[in-house]
Design a protein around this ligand. Structure first.
Ligand code: FAD
Length: 488
């Protein structure tokens, strides 16, 4: 098997569903449950998009090893052109969800590609990483991932939590594999994913006494003993009233591993705190490409909506409104520039795999987590009461007060129906639960923004050019001063 279609993904999900709990309800069939099926169907549409006649050229490629048509998300780029082809694929999928599916399947395949490209880092488990990448590719699997420990006592390391297995750790090892117990957050898309990739992500360095928690592995979401405790779903039924939440609410959940068996061939890091401390260096090499393209798409959507919503009531003529919309388009262009810089600046590693220049992508990752909340704030500032006064449902047009609606909800040159449609989307983005979750997502999806920026933009930042300018001036002053002293 190679690249699949939406129906293949849905039937696989129906046959091997994750154990998901929504409150006290156990979800039996995620493909038909009213609160879970809609994002799963949106994922299925992404799979189908691979096969569109006018998109196949860049959504698929013939794998030189298997000879089969595979999804470009698994293309191991051996040139800048192949990296750009990956970019086209990311853009196509981002546009299909208007940037609202951060965890579309190309996010995790990009992450695995980063590991695959540096498999030797995993030492004796290097072949497990390579084989797992190929396995996910062969079956075109949809992955979620969990990195973070549950928020129980953040002031203490894993070994000092209230229970030995509050955090996910190894209970015992057998000849065939390991048994793991404990919890991890946050499995976005967990309730409708095929498999989960687990690895710890710590703000603080993991010490040797925490070795039993220093593990990374993958298992099917339907593995015995694994359950997902989902948050409240924000899915709404009516597409007219909730165009975004009705399709793109990526359900998040906590994963509980209740003595889950992991075979040795799915173990990638085993009780090695130092490896856990370093694995992040290889995790974002390609995800930064995906997430910058997706963020650009999302910001374009937000900007377009802001422009339309202000045009229909003519607030777009006011300079402060124009200025704020211009702020959003500035962010868009910075994303675009970073994508081009990352692709053009890509360099082959020792295996000849082209790795995007991470510097511009890192800069966006450390800015996007502030730009998106700001863009949402801009919507609130410039659309104001319009975000709150739309009728509860389009069914109002079939009611006795229809004429009120036509008269008081119209725009300057636009009918009430058309204007309400625009503002309903704005409401979802700027003030709904769905919209708030997206703000939180952009702030946190890549990790704690505080530590992210400290680590990548300061501690690990190549400071050579910055220092050299300062040194140049200091040297110049000292030379000039000596010349002056010699003269006098
Ligand atoms: C919508 C959404 C989707 C997500 N999806 C995923 C996913 O698919 N997979 C996944 O693995 N994760 C996911 N995450 C989790 C995300 O990676 C974490 O939220 C992020 O790493 C921050 O961790 P935390 O939420 O535990 O916050 P905490 O680490 O508990 O931080 C809370 C606050 O305390 C501060 N703080 C915490 N520790 C320290 C410290 N040691 N020193 C100083 N200050 C500290 C932080 O700066 C922050 O202000 C998602 C999160 C969200 C919100």
């Amino acid at each position: 098997m190679a690249a699949i279609k939406g129906k293949d993904y849905l039937s696989r999900l129906k046959n091997t569903p994750p154990e998901t709990w929504l409150g006290d309800e156990k979800i039996i069939d995620p493909t038909s449950h009213p609160l879970v099926a809609s994002p799963a169907k949106s994922i299925a549409k992404l799979y189908d998009l691979q096969w569109d006649d006018d998109k196949k050229d860049y959504m698929l490629y013939t794998d030189p090893i298997t000879g089969e048509l595979e999804g470009t998300q698994f293309l191991v780029p051996r040139s800048k052109e192949e990296l750009k082809k990956r970019g086209q694929m990311h853009l196509e999928w981002a546009k299909a969800s208007y940037g609202f599916m951060g965890r579309s399947t190309d996010f995790m395949s990009a992450q695995l590609l980063g590991w695959y490209s540096n498999a030797e880092f995993f030492g004796k488990f290097a072949d497990n990483v390579r084989e797992y990448f190929r396995y996910v590719q062969k079956n075109d699997l949809f992955l979620t991932h969990v990195l973070i420990n549950p928020q129980v006592d953040r002031s203490q390391p894993p070994s000092k939590q209230p229970d030995e297995f509050t955090y996910l750790g190894v209970v015992k090892e057998t000849e065939d594999g390991i048994i793991v117990r404990g919890a991890k957050m946050m499995a976005t898309a967990g309730p409708y994913a095929d498999e989960v990739l687990v690895f710890p992500f710590a703000n603080q360095k993991m010490d040797i006494e925490d070795y039993k928690y220093a593990i990374s592995f993958a298992v099917p979401m339907s593995a015995p003993g694994l359950r997902c405790i989902a948050r409240e779903s924000y899915v709404k039924e009516s597409q007219m009233d909730y165009p975004l939440a009705s399709q793109f609410d990526e359900l998040d959940g906590i994963l509980v591993f209740d003595d889950v068996f992991v075979p040795w061939n799915r173990v990638f890091i085993y009780q090695e705190p130092e490896k856990v401390n370093q694995v992040l260096n290889y995790t974002s090499l390609f995800t930064g490409h995906q997430s910058t393209i997706r963020l650009m798409t999302k910001l374009q959507f937000v900007a377009g909506l802001a422009m339309k919503a202000t045009e229909v009531i003519n607030t777009n003529v006011f300079p402060q409104v124009q200025d704020l919309m211009g702020e959003i388009t500035t962010y868009i262009e910075l994303c675009r520039a970073a994508i081009t810089a990352a692709e053009e600046g890509a360099k082959p590693n020792e295996q000849g795999i082209y790795i995007p220049d991470f510097r511009p992508l890192s800069a966006i990752r450390n800015s996007g987590n502030r730009w998106y909340p700001r863009s949402r704030e801009i919507l609130q500032i410039i659309l104001a009461g319009g975000l709150m006064y739309q009728p509860a449902s389009f069914s109002v047009f079939d009611s006795p007060i229809k004429e009120d609606i036509e008269k008081y909800f119209r725009g300057a040159d636009i009918s009430a129906k058309e204007k309400i449609q625009i503002y309903k989307i704005a409401n979802e983005l700027a003030v709904s639960s769905f919209g708030s979750r997206h703000e939180l997502y952009e702030r946190y999806y890549a990790g704690d923004p505080l530590f992210l920026r400290i680590n990548s933009q300061y501690k690990k930042y190549d400071k050579t050019e910055c220092y050299s300018l300062v040194d140049q001036l200091i040297n110049q002053i000292s030379t000039d001063t000596k010349v002056l002293a010699n003269k006098s």
